[in-house]
Each structure stands twice: as structure tokens, then as C-alpha cells.
Write a protein that binds this ligand. Structure first.
Ligand code: ATP
Length: 567
């Protein structure tokens, strides 16, 4: 297929903000690509999402705005300084590429027509290079594409490169378009089936491949050890009573540990993989866990859900998540850290065991299986502390005990519920002492003045609604001036700088990547921000490197909290 056809689809999507129109555009396009071979159509699906691999695959092109400027300069023969100037005025390197590609057009009348395959091939080529000469080779690969690209194609190649397609295509729209294209708009059952399939596979290309063969094929998508599954999420409740109302009696109460979610996978070949809730592969980062899994869990193959909590090996004191989070992305000193700051794994669910999916089994049965197969060993691996009861008083006491022991609160689980990957359903609830807090993503920032000159020191934070990030406030408190004291302006500036996509004076816009937990005093309706709400007295309490932009607060949650406050 010609890349031109895809670029035209992007263009149409960009021109409308209406969800139904977007779905129609994509559904029509999917009808067309149904005729393509599987390898080609899967590539097209990834590109539609602005990616070159499935969603769970962490490999990215690693091209910064600065490198993109060099690439555009090389492809068009216009100096980097001039490209930079254009960028400042247009605010989007994609548009810069579009405009400049239009100018050099006369010079390259006999350009080769770009195929989707070629674009994908060169973009994927970017990740293969490491070591000496990498930058020049990367520039070469993309400049080659831009040299043959029409203005429209150039715009979207550059945006794909930067991981910022700006066509407003969320997961939900693509899901609906697959349903429309493969099963028709009216097929209600198919919406849920496609979503369930996606939550298990985390790969829209696989889902589309099966969907075009029919509902039956779609249902055959099973979870499988070694391929990350989205974790089930919890709803919030404010009291034990509310917990019972949601999940019924008896209920399972468990300590809510302050660590990070870890999915432990063992494949039938005996290989062990660890994934975070963002589906990052962290197998290499936690060698001690591999060791516990080998020694303490019985079974040929499994997927086990757990919370890993760090502790100081010498003092045997548990550490808050913030202090252990450094291990998640760590690439060096891994062995040393695994000895000094190891994790204890608190196992609480099982999704797959010895060749069979367990997600449709009731929770109680899954927990019983865990009891049988995990050999508990303190400071290594254990089952989460649990109490099954219908007695509110006993549950209250258990809650008190959890808090006294320094845990975050309780999880409350429905005994006869299945496991729903990726869903925030009422099968699992969380109960915590009240603080008002949201996880939000930084979408912009401002350079400080005076003592804070040179640092990005005020941040625009956003929640999400149907794939769009909506601003909900500006935060400048909570960070430290000195790096030794905790999360500092310097560190934040270091994180945000490579993500800059637009600059206007002291203000910058950044790719939405950095997730932070923000506490606040209350929420007000506000015309200032496009979410329609503003957080009053917001304060950043921590970075959430364990969270992706998919995990941030939904606009709906913000609305719900705002309503509660005004009751
Ligand atoms: P919060 O920000 O309140 O921690 P969250 O956004 O991390 O919530 P939720 O799914 O809403 O995620 O809350 C449940 C989280 O608590 C789980 O994702 C898991 O990481 C953690 N957790 C700790 N202990 C348990 C447990 N016993 N059972 C299930 N989850 C647990």
C-alpha cells in the first residue's frame, strides 16, 4: 500500500474532532486494508496508532526534536538554524517538514513513490543502530524517506518519528472502528469482545487479524505467559460499608501495600518474565525475584499478579515506593541494588496456571490455588495478608492494623468475580485514608526566573478524556531546589527537556510522558483550562515512573470528585 493513502487518512482524522466521524474514517480504511496480507496490515495498524510496534513493545525511535531538525535540514538542504526558526513560528516540526518539502518539490520531480512498507522499514531501522556513527545513520534513514515524500507525507513521517501524531486517535476509536468494519455498527456484543481481546493481547494488529475472521476467532485470543497482560484495576471506596455494598458479603480484605505491581510470567519452556503494570519488561532489573520464583512457586507455567515492596536489606525496614522506583528503569548496578534494596513480593492473584487461563474462575478459587503453590518466605515472597469476613467490625480492625503497620490501606475483593484484564471494575476496590490526589501528566512547563532561571519550574498538568489531554492546573510547588533533597527542579527539567515539542518565550509544550501524583485542596469549575476544572493549591508529591499516560485520572473522575465537594 502507498504511504500516501495512510497520510490522507491521518489528514482526515486531524481535520475532525468528532468521535463518530473519526470512527467512520478508520472503519472505511480498515475495510480497504482487509485486502492486504497480514504482515502489511499489522504494520499499518501500528502506524495508525503512531507507533511501529505493538503497544506493549517499549522500543521507540528515540528521535529528539533537535535530531529531527537535523534530519529535515539534511533532506531539504535548508540550514538547521532556518528549520529551527520555522519551528519557532509554526510550533510543530511536522508542519515545518510539510512546508519545506513543498518548497523543494520542483527539484525532485522524479521521486520514488513511498510505500507503507518502506516507511515502516526505515523507521524500524532506527532502533537497530547503536554505537559509533549511529546518529548519522539515523539521519540517513529518515532523510531518505523525506527526500521522496510529498508535503503531506513528510508532515506525518516527522510526527511519527517524534511520537506525536496529533490526530486524536485513542484506543476507543480504533476499537470501535474494528467492530464497525468487521461486525457492523449494531453488533453490541462485538464491542465488548474486541475490548476483551485487546486487553489480553495488547496488540491491535492481532485483534484486527482475528476480528476479520469472525467472533469465534476473536474469542480464541487467550492470555499467554510471556506476553504482557493488562492488570485489573480497582475502584475507590470511602468506607468498609461501601465496600460490602459493592462486592457483597463475604468479602476478601487485603493489605494494600505501597510498592509496584509486578506480573510474574513463567512460560511453558520455563522462561520467567516480569512485567510492570505499564507492561514494561523488567525481568533483568529484579534478579532476586527470578530466584524466588524458581525456588518458591510450584508450576510448569503461570501468570501471577503481585505487589513488590522494597526494603533495606540491613535494617529490614520497608521502603516507600518512591525509594524503590529507581530500580524499575535501572540499567547498571543491578546485582548490587538487588542485594542492598531487594523487594519482597506479595502475591495476590493468578491468571494462568499450567497451560490454562484462570481468569474466568472465581477469585476465591484463584486465591486457594495460590495458597497451594507458593511457599512463603519472609522478605522474599508471600501471599498478601488477607481476611475473609462479613463482619464490618472485624474488617475495621483489619483496616486499623494495616494502617498501623504502615500500609496504604485495604483492598476489598469480590469472592466470586473473574479477573478482567485492563478493566477498572468493581471486582477489586481500594480503601485508603482520605487524601485528595490525582495522577496527572505534564503537558507543558515554564522556565523560571531569578533563582530558578534555566529550570522548567512550573508545570501544566492534565487529565485525560477520550484520548485527549485536558489541562487542569499549573503546579510549581512540591519540588526541591537541591537534588539531594528529593525530586528537584533540575531533575524535572532534565526529564522534560527532551520532550519539548513547542517553545513560545518562556513557555514550552512537552510530549505527554511524565506522570506525577498531585495533591490539592479542592477542585473548582474554571474556564481557564480546557478540562473545565482547576485544582486549587496543587502540589506535586511524587514522580510516577511506574505509570503511563493511560493510568492518569480521567476527566470523569475529576468531575466526580468536584461533585462530591459541592454536595
Ligand atoms: P493508588 O494510586 O491509590 O495506589 P493505583 O492507581 O495505584 O491506586 P489502583 O488499581 O487504583 O491503582 O489501586 C490498586 C493498586 O494497589 C494495584 O494496582 C496494586 O499495585 C496495589 N496493591 C497493593 N496491594 C494490593 C493487593 N493486596 N491487591 C491488589 N492490589 C494491591
Amino acid at each position: 500500500m502507498l504511504y500516501k493513502e495512510l497520510a490522507e487518512v491521518y489528514d482526515k482524522l486531524e481535520k475532525t474532532s468528532k468521535r463518530l466521524e473519526k470512527t467512520e474514517i478508520i472503519a472505511n480504511f480498515l475495510n480497504k486494508i482487509k485486502k492486504q496480507k497480514e504482515e502489511i496490515s499489522s504494520g499499518i495498524i501500528y502506524l495508525l496508532r503512531g507507533r511501529i510496534f505493538p503497544d506493549y513493545d517499549e522500543r521507540e525511535t528515540g528521535i529528539s526534536s533537535q535530531l529531527a531538525i537535523k534530519i529535515i535540514s539534511k533532506a531539504t538542504g535548508i540550514s538547521s538554524a532556518d528549520v529551527n526558526k520555522k519551528w519557532k513560528s509554526l510550533g510543530d516540526l511536522g508542519k515545518v517538514a510539510e512546508e519545506l518539502a513543498g518548497k523543494k518539490r520542483q527539484a525532485t520531480l522524479f521521486r520514488e513513490k513511498l510505500s507503507v512498507d518502506k516507511v515502516l522499514h526505515n523507521l524500524r531501522g532506527l532502533i537497530e543502530f547503536t554505537g559509533k556513527g549511529t546518529v548519522d545513520r539515523k539521519i540517513g534513514l529518515i532523510a531518505e524517506l523525506l527526500a521522496s515524500a510529498s508535503p503531506l507525507e513528510a508532515k506525518y513521517i516527522v510526527r511519527t518519528l517524534l511520537g506525536d501524531l496529533r490526530i486524536g486517535l485513542g484506543e476507543g476509536v480504533l476499537r470501535d472502528a474494528i467492530v464497525w468494519s468487521c461486525f457492523g455498527k449494531e453488533n453490541k456484543e462485538a464491542f465488548e469482545k474486541v475490548q476483551t481481546a485487546y486487553d489480553s493481547a495488547n496488540d491491535f494488529a492481532v485483534v484486527f487479524e482475528k476480528a476479520r475472521k469472525g467472533l469465534h476467532a476473536l474469542e480464541s485470543i487467550e492470555i499467554e505467559p510471556g506476553r504482557p497482560v493488562k492488570v485489573m484495576l480497582a475502584l475507590k471506596v470511602d468506607s468498609i460499608e461501601e465496600g460490602f455494598e459493592e462486592v457483597g458479603k463475604n468479602a476478601d480484605f487485603e493489605f494494600k501495600y505501597d510498592g509496584f505491581r509486578l506480573m510474574i510470567n513463567k512460560t511453558k519452556e520455563g522462561r520467567i518474565y516480569l512485567f510492570t503494570r505499564r507492561l514494561e519488561n523488567v525481568t533483568k532489573q529484579f534478579p532476586e525475584v527470578i530466584d524466588y520464583v524458581k525456588k518458591n512457586i510450584k508450576g510448569k507455567s503461570f501468570i501471577i499478579d503481585s505487589e513488590a515492596v522494597g526494603y533495606d536489606f540491613k535494617t529490614k525496614k520497608y521502603k516507600p515506593f518512591q525509594e524503590i522506583s529507581q530500580r524499575i528503569k535501572r540499567k547498571y548496578d543491578i546485582e548490587k541494588l538487588s542485594k542492598e534494596l531487594p523487594v519482597e513480593v506479595n502475591v495476590f492473584d493468578i491468571l494462568y496456571y499450567n497451560g490454562k487461563s484462570m481468569i474466568k474462575e472465581p477469585f476465591k478459587k484463584r486465591r486457594e490455588l495460590l495458597e497451594k503453590i507458593v511457599r512463603k518466605e519472609r522478605f522474599k515472597i508471600k501471599l498478601s495478608e488477607s481476611l475473609i469476613t462479613d463482619d464490618a467490625k472485624k474488617a475495621e480492625e483489619f483496616y486499623k492494623k494495616a494502617i498501623e503497620e504502615g500500609e496504604e490501606g485495604l483492598m476489598i475483593k469480590k469472592l466470586d468475580a473473574p479477573y478482567k484484564p485492563g478493566a477498572r471494575v468493581g471486582y477489586m476496590l481500594k480503601l485508603k485514608p482520605k487524601t485528595k490526589e490525582f495522577d496527572l501528566v505534564i503537558i507543558g512547563a515554564e522556565y523560571g526566573t531569578g533563582k530558578r532561571a534555566g529550570w522548567l519550574s512550573s508545570y501544566s498538568v492534565a487529565c485525560v478524556h477520550e484520548g485527549r489531554f485536558l489541562e487542569i492546573g499549573k503546579v510549581s510547588t512540591g519540588l526541591k531546589e537541591k537534588e539531594e533533597e528529593g525530586l528537584s527542579f533540575v531533575e524535572m527539567t532534565r526529564l522534560l527537556k527532551p520532550l519539548i515539542i513547542e517553545e513560545h518565550g518562556r513557555d514550552v509544550k512537552v510530549k505527554p510522558r511524565v506522570v506525577v501524583s498531585v495533591i490539592y485542596q479542592n477542585i473548582q469549575k474554571s474556564p481557564t483550562y480546557n478540562s473545565g476544572y482547576a485544582l486549587r493549591f496543587p502540589r506535586i508529591v511524587r514522580l510516577r515512573p511506574d505509570r503511563s499516560v493511560k493510568d492518569i485520572a480521567f476527566l470523569k473522575e475529576v468531575e466526580k470528585e468536584a461533585k462530591k465537594e459541592h454536595r
